[in-house]
Structures are given as structure tokens and as C-alpha cells.
Write a protein that binds this ligand. Structure first.
Ligand code: SF4
Length: 241
């Protein structure tokens, strides 16, 4: 499996914020995000520069499981990059983790559906809005990439509704324009307000401080949940935390 980093930390975002968790950060992503602030995403080394020499590279599932066992923790967060692009490896990894009774969170941009839905406990979907489209870069062609796979999002929601797994819809909030787009996605996929988490956009504490109040106000106005980004507040933009 192509891996950027593995580490033990606390979950910094969403409904399991603060829970001690073993992180497996898959390398590579099918998108390239650049937010309206001109920040790249907080893990550009998995998406923009996956060849970064600090990335681990190939790891076997056996090696990953060996590391996981060292930490004696139940929660595992499989994140990225975009972990679902390595479909076969992801399923093999999930099967092994399930045999150890792990609680699996998969963090995804929601563009790809797959059999991983049979193993996940919490699916954390973070659809990428137009405020994340890169501009004035060599990746300008990414404008044409479909960032929203409605069919996949509908299926994720249906499976959640029949109790297959827990779900959270986590949106990076840049400005008011995001709300109309979130509502459009909600109308198509059919999930309720109380499953949405808004998270201020930012890759350092001052970014978060700038956008936190407005994000909270939007949550109050629309009945969404607020989530901060604890790992950025505690460790800044450091890797492996
Ligand atoms: S989808 Fe996620 S990992 Fe990929 S570029 Fe966007 S923010 Fe980064």
C-alpha cells in the first residue's frame, strides 16, 4: 500500500475529536485542492507532491498491522490523500483491522464508491466545494474534474440510513458561498443538517482564528455541527501528529 505516514495521536476533527487513534495516511489523491485563501490542503505532500522524500512509500498490510498492534488502541483512522483510490489494498487492510476488533474511520472526499463500505464504522465524507478548486496554476485543468460524484454520495447516505455504518459530512468552510453548494449536495444525497460538520479552512492557528467565529455563526444559523482542527491548534502544520 502506498503510505505517506503512520502515527499515533488524537483525532483532531469531527465527532470523534479527542479520541486516541492510530492514523494510516495513504499517499496520493485524485484531486488537488487550493482554497480561496490560496492555501493548499493541509496534507499537500500526499496530493500535490506525493513524491516528497519524507513520505514512507510502500508498506505491506502486515507491516501496518504490526505497527498498529504496538499502540494498543482501538480507533484507527484511514485517511489521506484519498485512501479509496487504493481499493484492493484498503479492503485487505480493513479486513485485517476488523479481525482485531478495530473501530475504523475512513476519511474520504467521497468521489469513489467501493466495497470498503462493508468494513467501515464511521465514514467521514468531505466533499470538496468549488472554493477548493485550484486556479492560476498548472493544475488549472482540475477545474474540469468532477469533484462531486452524486451517485456515490447517494449510495453512502442510503447505506447509513439502513444502519450499515455511522457517517459524518464534513465541509471545509471558507466563506458564505459554500453554504448554497452544501445545500445543493444535501438535496441530491439526502442527508440531514445534524450530520453536517463545518470546519474552518486553515493550515495554521491564525487561519483558524480568522474564520472560527464566522464558521460557528453559520453552524448556529443552519443547525450544523462545528468542528475545530485540534491537531493544527496543538501542533501547527507539523507532520505525523
Ligand atoms: S481531496 Fe483532500 S487530500 Fe486531496 S487535495 Fe483535496 S484536501 Fe488534499
Amino acid at each position: 500500500m502506498k503510505v505517506s505516514e503512520i502515527f499515533y495521536s488524537i483525532q483532531g476533527e469531527g465527532k470523534r475529536s479527542g479520541v486516541p487513534s492510530f492514523f494510516i495516511r495513504a499517499n496520493n489523491c485524485n484531486l488537488r485542492c487550493m482554497f480561496t485563501s490560496t492555501n493548499l490542503c493541509d496534507t499537500p505532500y500526499t496530493s500535490w507532491t506525493p513524491d516528497d522524500e519524507k513520505n514512507i512509500g510502500e508498506m505491506s498490510v502486515e507491516q501496518i498491522i504490526r505497527e498498529y498492534k504496538r499502540h494498543k488502541v482501538r480507533d484507527v483512522v484511514i485517511t489521506g490523500g484519498e485512501p479509496t483510490i487504493q481499493a484492493e489494498e484498503l479492503i485487505f487492510l480493513c479486513k485485517e483491522l476488523k479481525s482485531l476488533n478495530a473501530y475504523i474511520t475512513i476519511e474520504t472526499n467521497g468521489t469513489l464508491f467501493g466495497d470498503f463500505v462493508n468494513y467501515v464504522d464511521l465514514l467521514s465524507i468531505s466533499p470538496k466545494l468549488s472554493s477548493s478548486i485550484p486556479y492560476n496554476t498548472k493544475f488549472e485543468k482540475m477545474h474540469t474534474v468532477n469533484r462531486i460524484n452524486s451517485e456515490a454520495l447517494i449510495k453512502f447516505n442510503e447505506l447509513n440510513q439502513i444502519g450499515k455504518f455511522d457517517i459524518q459530512w464534513k465541509f471545509v468552510f471558507c466563506n458564505d458561498n459554500d453554504i448554497a453548494e452544501i445545500k445543493e449536495i444535501q438535496d441530491v444525497a439526502g442527508f440531514p443538517d445534524n450530520k453536517i460538520y463545518l470546519m474552518p479552512e486553515g493550515i495554521n492557528e491564525s487561519d483558524l482564528n480568522l474564520r472560527r467565529s464566522l464558521t460557528v455563526e453559520m453552524c448556529k444559523k443552519y443547525g450544523y455541527n462545528y468542528t475545530d482542527r485540534l491537531h493544527i491548534i496543538i501542533w501547527g502544520g507539523k507532520r505525523g501528529v
